[in-house]
Design a protein around this ligand. Structure first.
Ligand SMILES: Cc1cc2nc3c(=O)[nH]c(=O)nc-3n(C[C@H](O)[C@H](O)[C@H](O)COP(=O)(O)OP(=O)(O)OC[C@H]3O[C@@H](n4cnc5c(N)ncnc54)[C@H](O)[C@@H]3O)c2cc1C
Ligand SMILES: Cc1cc2nc3c(=O)[nH]c(=O)nc-3n(C[C@H](O)[C@H](O)[C@H](O)COP(=O)(O)O)c2cc1C
Length: 454
């Protein structure tokens, strides 16, 4: 009897449909209904566990290919592209990153998901590493693109320029014109681009076409061993110290040019640089100008105002955090003004147009203060642990009032030896001296004209 039961159970389990883990003993098996039900449950449980143990690892759906192209002159778009690549891995995409000039517009036709981040330089021009792509895209004979090309564009610019974000906008409009499908409206980011970029990034990966195409996601992009991630960046600067300032120009010179030495002691290899790189410098505004603005707006400076980062007194914010010169469309709108004469700066608006503003409204209209870039004028081989700059002070007259640049005069005039300076290395890989000693080199000195030749 015992053997008969075992034989029957074995035959039921062996003869079940392949992959079927549910077991039903036949009604003629030597059990009553209640026993059969109990045994069916037991055997189904055992066979399910066994099937799971025997199965190989589940094959994950592959991540969907994504192309991320960037055009970047001073590195911001390149940094954002790397972030986009990492983020895309968490959303089911495997991104490949490249400069825009590595492709032609026709190459885009082969792809289904393309994201472009591009800044605007010069007077509304694309950055150097996007010029060929841009020119070919704008050409009247550019080939049509398929609607299967789903794309997004994020533009980085500066609203104080006449052609604000022209390159990004042109690229977006032309891709639409040629037949490609935008997955999201293009985004036009100003100098404080972080929040707008983050919102665009979220929106792109939430768009229907990206959600439907997403494959398996990973928690992070696999680390590229060749990719160097600097510790000190625009948003996490190294705190260096001013060593020394020496004026290079003569007393009768029309321009004041200063040689500036900054100590990078303690930064170690996280502040290593190459000849050809630039140094990002976070300046502070001039206290005298802050006083003029407070007076012009009838503020005391003690008013407490809210910012995303917390609250602070108006004076502290004007001194350390806000662009106290630039007037753009956003600030006029915030201040309830329809227009202002060209070249008006913040102090002119307050003095001449006298908008009715409380301190919070005033601050809400101002842009965040930005770092300035300076070509590095030293070699780490000759001056380890230091970085030297050659900075021309910016002074000019507007509406019969003397004006000055924020950073160039802060470095040259208002900082004393030993003062802290927030800095970061802005790598310019395309500007490094070639390793090929036979290659001809043409050196051109714009700006102060001498920084790269020291
Ligand atoms: C990659 C790179 C490398 C650079 N390297 C160097 C370098 O080695 N040395 C160097 O000196 N600079 C260099 N610069 C320029 C530098 O970054 C700053 O732009 C410059 O020092 C002015 O900054 P600032 O804060 O003093 O002036 P800001 O406060 O930025 O004021 C400049 C602004 O003032 C206004 N302005 C200036 N003159 C007039 C005028 N006549 N009429 C009306 N408005 C006017 C304009 O709006 C102008 O944009 C470099 C820039 C880049 C992008
Ligand atoms: C010399 C110079 C010219 C610029 N010209 C423009 C311009 O015409 N329009 C604009 O919107 N932004 C302009 N910008 C601002 C840059 O686009 C902005 O700083 C952007 O964040 C740079 O991104 P990138 O570092 O990726 O090149 C200019 C900046 C510099 C330094």
């Amino acid at each position: 009897m015992k053997n008969q039961i075992i034989t029957q159970l074995t035959s039921v389990v062996e003869n079940r449909e392949t992959n079927d883990t549910v077991i039903n003993l036949p009604e003629d098996s030597p059990f009553d209904a209640e026993q059969r039900q109990w045994l069916n449950g037991l055997l189904t449980g055992i066979s399910t566990i066994a099937a799971a143990a025997n199965a190989g690892p589940e094959e994950a759906a592959p991540a969907t290919p994504l192309k991320v192209y960037y055009g970047s002159q001073s590195g911001n778009c390149e940094v954002l592209s790397k972030d986009l690549k990492k983020f895309s891995a968490t959303q089911g995409f495997e991104a490949e990153l490249a400069e825009l000039d590595t492709i032609t517009p026709a190459d885009l036709a082969a792809h289904q998901h393309v994201l472009i981040i591009c800044s605007t330089f010069g007077e509304g021009e694309p950055p150097d590493n996007a010029k060929n792509f841009y020119t070919a895209l704008m050409a009247s004979d550019a080939a049509p693109l398929p609607a299967t090309l789903n794309f997004g564009v994020c533009g980085l610019g500066d609203s104080s320029y006449t052609h604000f974000n022209k390159a990004g906008e042109d690229i977006y409009s032309r891709l639409v014109e040629l037949g490609a499908t935008p997955c999201h409206e293009w985004i036009s980011c100003d100098v404080s681009f972080e929040d707008d970029y983050a919102a665009w990034k979220e929106a792109v990966f939430k768009s229907e076409v990206f959600v439907n195409a997403a494959g398996a996601s990973s928690s992070a992009a696999s680390a590229d061993p060749d990719e160097y991630e600097p510790k000190y960046t625009k948003n996490n600067p190294f705190i260096g110290n001013l060593i020394h300032v020496e004026t290079l120009s003569g007393p009768d010179s029309a321009k004041c040019v200063n040689h500036i030495e900054i100590s990078l002691a303690g930064g170690g290899e996280d502040v290593d640089y190459h000849v050809g790189d630039a140094l990002g410098v976070w300046p502070l505004n001039c206290a005298k100008e802050v006083n003029e603005i407070l007076k012009a707006g009838s503020f005391t400076g003690k008013e407490i105002v809210e910012q995303k980062t917390g609250s602070a007194s108006l004076r502290v914010l004007l001194q350390n955090k806000l662009d106290i010169h630039t007037v753009n469309a956003k600030c006029l709108e915030t201040w309830g003004l329809s227009e202002a004469p060209d070249d008006y700066q913040v102090v002119d608006v307050l003095r001449e147009l006298k908008p009715e503003l409380d301190a919070q409204m005033f601050v809400d209209g101002l842009r965040a203060l930005q770092p300035r870039l300076y070509s590095i004028a030293s070699s780490p081989k000759k001056h380890p642990g230091e970085v030297h700059l050659t900075v021309g002070e910016v002074h000019y007259y507007l509406f019969d009032k003397e004006r000055k640049g924020v950073a160039s005069t802060w470095l040259g005039d208002r900082l004393s030896a030993g003062s802290n300076i927030g800095v970061y290395i802005q790598s310019s890989a395309h500007f490094h001296i070639t390793g090929n000693d036979d290659a001809p080199v043409i050196m051109i000195g714009p700006g102060t004209g001498i920084a790269p030749f020291r």
